[in-house]
Design a protein around this ligand. Structure first.
Ligand code: FVH
Length: 308
């Protein structure tokens, strides 16, 4: 059977492949369902459980086994148990009472780094191995390698290697360290950077909002191109933080950028735009320049927002 669905190109979904590791998946929200379909499409025998059982119906028709309870799902698991739930509290709720001894757990539920580290200790006490994951993809990207989505993993490296083939099915799999909190930390760092980028895009569109004959689609293309080019400065900042010399390889220094901020603010005023999405960052830049570091790049701002 070949189905071209909205979430994945699903080939032979109703057949298990004997040499494929069985997967047990707890949580069939939007993301859990997309993951389930990717593993089924790749021929992995799949057992699923969801708090609201109706959500498992379509997957049962596609060949998944539906467990009656989460404890039964975990007890019968011959391969890794994947968790894709709303949050850390729901993981507690779902696994409360399950016998985890000897089980391989892969937690793809978004967590804070501290929660991920606590979860690793919690699993160890119960005799289970744990890999924490942070999904850098939205559901339509799952099972579509061409979209560039990936999942960050950290914690038990041996567990990652053992199940690498299976973990690479829904999206790329990147192992970022044995500290269980590091997948979550990378995940949150990337999402935080994205939030700043969205703030900038919001301001940009606000600037042109009243311009009747300005082509928004063209501005969007220019934003994508420009932000992509400028994102490379992350390497400059990383190098400066590593060397401790924040003037190393500076392409545009803080003094010059801070002087340019006045033009950005004056333009916002002229275009009737509240500059609040930009000013906190501009204030940091000015503070660093006032401290005598106008010849630096952006790395010094990192030290200004650290709470020591
Ligand atoms: N969807 C996305 O775009 C993002 C992309 C990046 C990664 N996130 C994270 O993935 C986790 C799951 O997200 P999701 O999209 O599947 O979320 P929902 O569709 O809201 O489904 C939530 C599932 O969790 C179950 N659940 C919630 N609370 C409990 C509970 N107390 N006990 C048992 N299960 C619980 C819920 O069950 P039900 O409501 O269907 O009964 C769903 O299965 C998440 O960490 C994202 O941050 C997704």
């Amino acid at each position: 059977m070949i189905m071209v669905g909205t979430q994945a190109t699903l080939i032979g979904m109703d057949t298990d492949t004997a040499d494929k590791t069985p997967v047990t998946l707890l949580g069939l929200g939007d993301m859990g369902t997309a993951l389930a379909r990717a593993w089924r499409a790749a021929g992995h025998p799949l057992t699923v459980w969801n708090r609201t059982p109706q959500k498992a119906g379509p997957l049962a028709e596609e060949g998944a086994r539906v467990a009656a309870t989460q404890t039964e799902a975990v007890a019968s698991a011959d391969g890794p148990v994947i968790l894709c739930l709303l949050d850390d509290a729901s993981v507690d709720e779902v696994l409360d009472g399950a016998d985890l001894f000897g089980k391989d757990l892969v937690n793809l539920t978004t967590s804070t780094p501290a929660q991920a580290r606590r979860r690793a200790r919690w699993a160890e006490k119960r005799g289970a191995r744990l890999l924490d994951g942070g999904i850098m993809a939205v559901p339509p990207m799952i099972g579509r390698p061409e979209t560039g989505g990936y999942i960050l993993y950290s914690g038990d490296r041996a567990l990652f290697e053992r199940h690498r083939e299976l973990l690479e099915v829904p999206a790329g799999a990147k192992f970022v360290g044995e500290d269980a909190g590091h997948a979550a930390l990378h995940d949150i760092a990337l999402l935080s950077a994205m939030t700043g980028m969205f703030a900038g895009i919001t301001h940009a569109f606000a600037l042109v909002h009243e311009e009747k004959d300005l082509d928004r689609a063209e501005l969007a293309s220019l934003l994508v191109e420009w932000l992509g080019a400028m994102a490379g400065s992350a390497h400059e900042i990383a190098d400066q933080l590593a060397s401790g010399d924040y003037t190393e390889g500076v392409t545009s220094n803080l003094a010059m950028m801070t002087a340019g901020n006045d033009t950005l603010l004056a333009s916002a005023e002229d275009q009737s735009v509240d500059p609040r999405l930009l000013t906190p960052y501009m204030e940091l830049m000015s503070r660093r320049v006032a401290q005598g570091h106008g010849d630096e790049g952006l790395a010094g701002l990192v030290t200004l927002i650290r709470r020591e």
